[in-house]
Design a protein around this ligand. Structure first.
Ligand SMILES: C[S@@+](CC[C@H](N)C(=O)[O-])C[C@H]1O[C@@H](n2cnc3c(N)ncnc32)[C@H](O)[C@@H]1O
Length: 240
């Protein structure tokens, strides 16, 4: 059965002729997208052979092999078609997701949309999307089991991804920019404009317990300041 997270992602995908499911793993999302009529054709892509083989088996069992092409690929690197409407990147770290977009910046002006659901550094992700002029048209946080997931739907009209010498250095610079922001901007980038209060509250409790632990262990260095900052960001996001 498809998880709540993958069902939500599938429901946000516009009807498309061809789309890419980057890091498809088991292929369940690709299969769902064909079955619910969101995609006529899916490129199910993964960097690892093991998951891709599993995806091939699942796709064959689902009877969708004619509509899903499995490709071994680092990100979107093997894409040659210009007929891609959009792509999905889900279940990866924030930097990796951004790097996959950056590595095929040549393709991005052709895209109509993307759905990204990344699992770390969401403040960096939102800031870099702003820098690249990629608009967030929907920003939701959902709970699946005990975990929270954020899903962003993106619009690529007017996208402008500039070349840089070192993408990791660019991400570090963006993180420095985030650090120098006031609490209201930090909260906006970290939790988005309409984030779930339940999620922020759970983050607040997590940071408060980390801080308590540090104090009990006698830790008094920079890490305490960082977690104090995290608590202030949560409180601001909760009350605004
Ligand atoms: C945690 S799974 C997520 C699977 C699915 N997208 C989901 O959200 O349930 C991450 C998948 O991404 C693949 N992956 C990691 N780095 C990748 C890259 N650079 N390009 C393509 N796939 C990648 C992994 O092999 C793995 O199958």
């Amino acid at each position: 059965m498809l998880s709540e997270r993958l069902k939500t992602i599938a429901s946000m995908v516009p009807e498309s002729d061809t789309l890419a499911d980057v890091g498809c793993d088991h292929g369940f999302l690709s299969i769902e997208l064909v079955k619910i009529g969101r995609a006529k054709h899916v490129l199910a892509m993964d960097i690892n052979e093991g998951p891709l083989e599993k995806a091939k088996q699942n796709i064959a069992m689902s009877g969708c092999s004619d509509q899903i092409t499995c490709l071994l690929s680092d990100g979107l690197n093997v894409v040659t078609t210009t007929k891609l409407d959009g792509f999905i990147i889900a279940g990866m770290g924030g930097r990796l997701g951004l790097k996959i977009v950056y590595d095929r910046r040549d393709l991005m002006p052709l895209m109509k949309w993307a759905i990204i659901s990344l699992q770390s550094e969401l403040d960096l992700v939102r800031l870099v999307l702003d820098e690249w002029n990629i608009k967030v048209i929907s920003d939701i946080t959902l709970k699946d089991g005990k975990k929270f997931y954020t899903v962003l739907k993106l619009d690529f009209e007017g996208v402008n991804i500039k070349d840089c010498d070192d993408i990791e250095k660019f991400f570090d610079e963006m993180n420095d920019k985030l650090s120098s922001m006031d609490v209201s901007h930090k909260a906006l980038y970290r939790y988005g404009s309409a984030s779930s209060k339940e999620y922020i509250l759970s983050e607040l409790q997590r940071y408060e317990s980390i801080k308590k632990d540090m104090i009990n262990k006698g830790i008094t260095d920079l890490r305490v300041n960082e977690v104090t900052d995290d608590i202030a960001i949560c409180k601001f996001a909760l009350h605004n």
